[in-house]
Design a protein around this ligand. Structure first.
Ligand SMILES: [Zn+2]
Length: 276
C-alpha cells in the first residue's frame, strides 16, 4: 500500500495530486527498508481514469520496504475512522463500516493485488467518481462529520461544479454570511440553535449558529413532513449540513434546499420517502 510517492525533485505526491496533473511525471517509491535504506523503485499510477477502481500507485519494492504491500498498514483495520477517499475530485470523506474479509473497495486485493486477502475493508468510496459528485445524504453526512472534525479535504466539488478549495464550498454558518457567498451554491453547516415557523403553510426556518452570526435554513412546507420529527424544537441541538444557494438579505441570509437529500443532520433525522 503506497499512498505517497516521490517525484524527481523528491517532493511527496499523493494520488489526488497526481491525478490532477495532465502528464504523470516519473514517480518513485517513498518507502524505506527497516535499515533506513530508501526504496526509490519506479512507481506507476494504476486505474487513473477508471470508474470502477480508485486510482492508486503500484510498483516494485526493495525487500522489507515499508510501502510494500507485504507490510500493509491497513491490517489493523480502519473502522470508525475518517479517511480521505480518492474518488474523483470530490474528496468526500467517509467512515468505514464493519470489518469484513474482502478485496479492497477499490477492487484491489490486499495485501497483494494477485491474492485474495483476509484483511479488513478499508475505504468505502461511494459513487463519487469524477463527473458524479455525490449528492446523497450519506455523502453530505460524511462532509458534515469532516467539517465538525475540522478535517475537510483541501478541495471539494459540488454537483455540477468545478473543484474548489473546501473553504469556498463547505462553509460554517458564520462564514457563510460573508458577501462573497451571495447567490452562490454551497454547503453551509452549523448547529441548530433556534427554529421558527414561516408563514401559514408549514415551512420551518432553522437558524444555525450564534445569535449575532446566524444563518437560516428554510425547510419548505412540502419538505418539512419528510423529516420525521414531530416538533420543530427537536431539530435544536443537532448539527446540520445543507446544500443550496444563498438567499435573503445580507444581514439575514438563508439557504433553501431543493431536495430532502440536500439536508442532513447529526444526530441523524429519519427522512421519509416522498408521498406518491
Ligand atoms: Zn518501496
Amino acid at each position: 500500500m503506497t499512498d505517497v510517492v516521490l517525484d524527481d525533485d523528491g517532493v511527496a505526491r499523493s494520488i489526488e495530486e497526481v491525478r490532477e496533473l495532465r502528464v504523470v511525471p516519473p514517480l518513485w517509491c517513498a518507502g524505506q527498508d527497516p535499515n533506513g535504506q530508501p526504496c526509490r523503485q519506479r512507481m506507476r499510477v494504476k486505474a487513473l481514469h477508471s470508474t470502477l477502481k480508485s486510482p492508486h500507485f503500484a510498483g516494485g519494492h526493495i525487500g522489507g520496504c515499508d510501502h510494500g504491500s507485504h507490510r500493509s498498514e491497513d491490517r489493523p483495520g480502519d473502522v470508525g475512522h475518517l479517511h480521505p477517499v480518492a474518488t474523483g475530485t470530490a474528496g468526500w470523506r467517509v467512515v468505514v463500516g464493519e470489518d469484513a474479509p474482502t478485496t479492497g473497495p477499490d477492487g484491489r486485493r490486499r495485501p497483494d493485488d494477485q491474492v485474495a486477502g483476509t484483511t479488513t475493508r478499508r475505504y468505502v468510496p461511494g459513487p463519487t467518481t469524477a463527473g458524479n459528485a455525490g449528492t446523497g445524504r450519506r455523502h453530505l453526512e460524511s462532509v458534515l462529520q469532516a467539517a465538525i472534525a475540522g478535517a475537510l479535504p483541501p478541495t471539494m466539488t459540488l454537483p455540477g461544479g468545478q473543484p474548489l478549495p473546501a473553504s469556498e464550498t463547505v462553509v460554517s454558518a458564520s462564514d457563510g454570511r460573508d458577501s462573497r457567498f451571495a447567490a452562490r451554491d454551497f454547503i453551509v453547516w452549523g448547529a441548530v440553535t433556534v427554529t421558527r415557523r414561516v408563514g401559514s403553510e408549514g415551512a420551518t426556518m432553522l437558524l444555525l449558529g450564534d445569535r449575532a452570526q446566524r444563518f437560516g435554513v428554510l425547510i419548505p412546507a412540502d419538505l418539512r413532513p419528510r423529516f420525521a420529527l414531530a416538533r420543530d424544537d427537536e431539530f435544536v441541538g443537532r448539527h446540520a449540513a445543507v446544500l443550496g444557494s444563498r438567499r435573503g438579505a445580507a444581514d439575514r441570509p438563508y439557504i433553501a434546499p431543493r431536495d430532502a437529500g440536500h439536508v442532513t443532520f447529526l444526530p441523524s433525522v429519519q427522512v421519509r420517502p416522498p408521498k406518491p
